[in-house]
Design a protein around this ligand. Structure first.
Ligand code: GTP
Ligand code: MG
Length: 216
């Protein structure tokens, strides 16, 4: 889709044509979203006197992983297919303390005028069969080049420290067993996921009790 902005020759475009452009655009989108998240965190710190975000990690998917994902889903390795079908070329993971922070952060991001939320998957309300919990958003944001504005997709995963701890270990285990871990390991992981959910809930209510005592 191309759209001429009234009175200017700058176009909004979904066109990405070369691997160099993919790299440049997704890297720029990552920088922008990282800065936006930093600003929101600092503002939140000013207003509410605490940081909802523990830390953030940003990464670009490697060309090998992009090609592997396209192949897995039955697509040819073309730039067009990468842009259309691989939603996590640019990925940001936001780690926070409490489950309630996740929803606050997701809302703050969604409320940004230039960010368009394409999809939301709430694996906290609806955990995956593995036990995985996390809040996922695919967003699109404009990257300004000299002759056009390109909308670029970024995958945002928001989770608590405890959810992240579980997901890292589970990922490592599944990698080791190439996704076919023994049943007892899978059920143990599932048990741990339940403990993580219960820990998150208890830590949240403990924090709320403290905040109430402080009159916040
Ligand atoms: P992918 O093809 O893996 O990108 O999945 P998807 O397009 O169906 O999206 P989904 O939101 O389910 O998963 C996206 C990402 O979330 C994955 O690439 C992982 O980083 C993470 N994820 C999803 N499920 C699990 C899980 O069971 N365990 C762990 N450790 N991570 C998961
Ligand atoms: Mg992925």
């Amino acid at each position: 889709m191309e759209l001429d902005l009234a009175g200017s020759n700058i176009k909004i475009s979904d066109d990405i044509n070369t691997w160099e452009e993919v790299n440049l655009l997704y890297n720029s989108a990552l920088k922008q979203i990282t800065t936006k998240i930093e600003i929101l965190n600092e503002e939140f710190q000013e207003v509410h006197k605490y940081n909802p975000i523990e830390h953030t990690k940003a990464r670009l998917k490697s060309p090998e992983s992009i090609v592997k994902k396209l192949k897995r889903n039955g697509y040819e390795s073309t730039i067009g297919n990468m842009v259309r079908y691989v939603n996590d070329i640019a990925g940001v993971r936001i780690i926070c303390s409490f489950t309630s922070d996740i929803y606050k952060i997701a809302e703050m991001i969604s409320n940004q005028k230039d960010i368009q939320v394409l999809t939301v998957k709430d694996y906290i309300m609806n955990p995956k069969p593995s036990g995985y919990r996390s809040y996922h958003m695919i967003v699109s944001l404009p990257v300004y080049l000299s002759d056009r504005i390109v909308n670029v997709k970024v995958e945002i995963q928001i989770r608590t420290v405890a959810m992240d701890f579980w997901a890292s270990l589970e990922h490592k285990i599944q990698y080791k067993f190439e996704g076919k871990a023994p049943t007892h390991i899978n059920s143990e992981l599932h048990e741990c996921a339940k403990m993580v959910a219960s820990l998150d809930a208890r830590m949240l209510s403990l924090n709320e009790e403290i905040l109430a005592l402080e009159g916040k």
